[in-house]
Design a protein around this ligand. Structure first.
Ligand code: SF4
Ligand code: SF4
Length: 417
């Protein structure tokens, strides 16, 4: 591979305020309108993705009691979410090291889990902690982020290069982590993940720049690529990432309820410096060129048909509009029960929590929510069917926002390539 331009040259242009930096969204819009900047006219493209990323875990140290009260923690629960004590024993220090999985569920309520806990911590909320010690004591206390001395997120499988869409051709409903609620049978709806042509790995499929040591924005703060993630392959790559949890912005990380309990979502943005023509050519990918298999949610690896991200994202709405004049204040609000991020409560839509999944518009039977999430034409078992898209487990709005933040940070020299 010949380097047509060095990273030092791009950094010099950034210092001089002369670099041409685009977000992936801006760059794709120009491609679609036949106005794509040439190789010479683009220096950096900031790509992003946001979605459910099950490999997310946090390593935390916090003070739970004065020294000498217990020998060491054996079991630890934060808001009922079980954490793994250690590896350091912190003998007699009153301090605890734990590893918490974003996918761990509270012992009191399985729809609450690690993802919700990380957001609560970042929002400064009080967290109930219970420690069962090795010398038979129970220590109960509350902590906030101020009591956390160090916290780091490590994601073993993040930012995967797009994914699979699922539908349910069976008669009975199927419960899965790939749908916010059990997915009804008879092809009632389709659920999918992946930000299509905005995804960093989709824009650097040869991983010319996305590699071990590359700097990224993870949930709003600077982090690093540790390498490729678990189960990463050349066809379906993903990344292992790490950053300081205490510096993260709660908007970009949180819990996501699924048919199998609480999950966790994250947002990642990665700069692609346009060093070579090969890197530039890889950036020319658009949604309609990114195929995605549609599989049976039961069994997962039985492809039924294929579609592409152009058909899945289209120009459909990224957020719902709530019209309270249509709301019948039902005894049991269907939306409150199924909204995966708890964005709708007591007649109020919290757009900061909203993930744009589309479930509210598809499940409120009284049209209180308006959001066009589209539908897709498929051929399943020889039959032509049009299946409505009822749940998106990725959020392009957050991905775009973080990509824009990264662009501005590079321009302001707060983020060095
Ligand atoms: S289900 Fe729809 S109409 Fe009923 S309370 Fe919820 S938002 Fe209102
Ligand atoms: S789109 Fe609707 S159901 Fe989905 S997160 Fe937003 S408010 Fe909740």
């Amino acid at each position: 591979m010949t380097n047509n331009r060095s990273i030092d040259e791009i950094n010099q242009k950034i210092n001089d305020g002369e670099a041409n930096i685009y977000t992936a969204e801006e760059f794709k819009k120009l491609i679609r309108s036949d106005n794509a900047p040439s190789f010479e006219e683009v220096d950096v493209v900031t790509c992003g993705t946001c979605g459910v990323m099950s490999g997310t875990a946090a390593i935390l140290n916090f003070i739970i009691s004065p020294p000498g009260e217990f020998i060491r923690a054996r079991e630890v629960y934060l808001n009922g979410v079980p954490a793994y004590a250690g590896p350091c024993p912190n003998e007699w220090l009153g301090s605890v090291d734990v590893i918490i999985y974003g996918t761990a569920h509270s012992i009191h309520d399985e729809s609450y889990g690690g993802g919700f806990l990380f957001k609560d911590l970042l929002e400064g909320k009080e967290i109930d902690v219970r420690v069962e010690s090795a010398d038979g004591k129970t220590i109960e206390n509350t902590i906030t982020m101020a009591d956390v001395t160090r916290a780091q997120i490590i994601g073993s499988r993040m930012a995967f290069k797009n994914y699979t869409a699922f539908t349910n051709p069976n008669k009975e409903e199927v419960s899965s982590i790939f749908a916010a609620t059990p997915l009804e049978g008879n092809l009632r709806g389709l659920t999918f993940s992946g930000c299509g042509d905005l995804n960093p790995l989709q824009n650097d499929i040869s991983q010319n720049v996305i590699k071990e040591g590359t700097k990224v924005l993870l949930n709003g703060t600077q982090g690093y690529i540790l390498g490729n993630g678990t189960r990463s392959t050349a066809e379906k790559p993903n990344l292992m990432l790490s950053a300081d949890l205490t510096e993260m912005d709660p908007y970009y990380i949180g819990g996501f309820k699924t048919g199998q309990g609480g999950e966790v979502y994250d947002t990642v943005a990665i700069p692609i410096p346009v060093l070579t023509e090969e890197i530039y050519n890889n950036l020319l990918v658009t949604d309609d060129m990114v195929d995605i298999p549609v599989s049976d949610i039961k069994g997962r690896h039985l492809p039924l048909d294929e579609t592409d991200y152009g058909k899945l994202w289209g120009n459909y709405d990224l957020r719902p509009r709530y019209d309270d004049s249509n709301c019948l204040t039902c005894d049991k609000c269907a939306v409150e029960g199924i909204c995966p991020t708890n964005a709708f409560s007591r007649g109020r839509l919290n757009l900061t929590y909203c993930f744009g999944c589309g479930m509210c518009a598809n499940y409120c039977r009284h049209q209180s929510f308006r959001m066009n999430t589209g539908s897709v034409d498929l051929k399943i078992n020889g039959k032509d069917v049009n299946v409505p898209i009822i749940c998106r487990q990725s959020d392009r709005l957050r991905a775009n926002k973080l990509s824009l933040k990264l662009k501005k940070m590079i321009e302001n020299q707060e983020f060095r390539l």
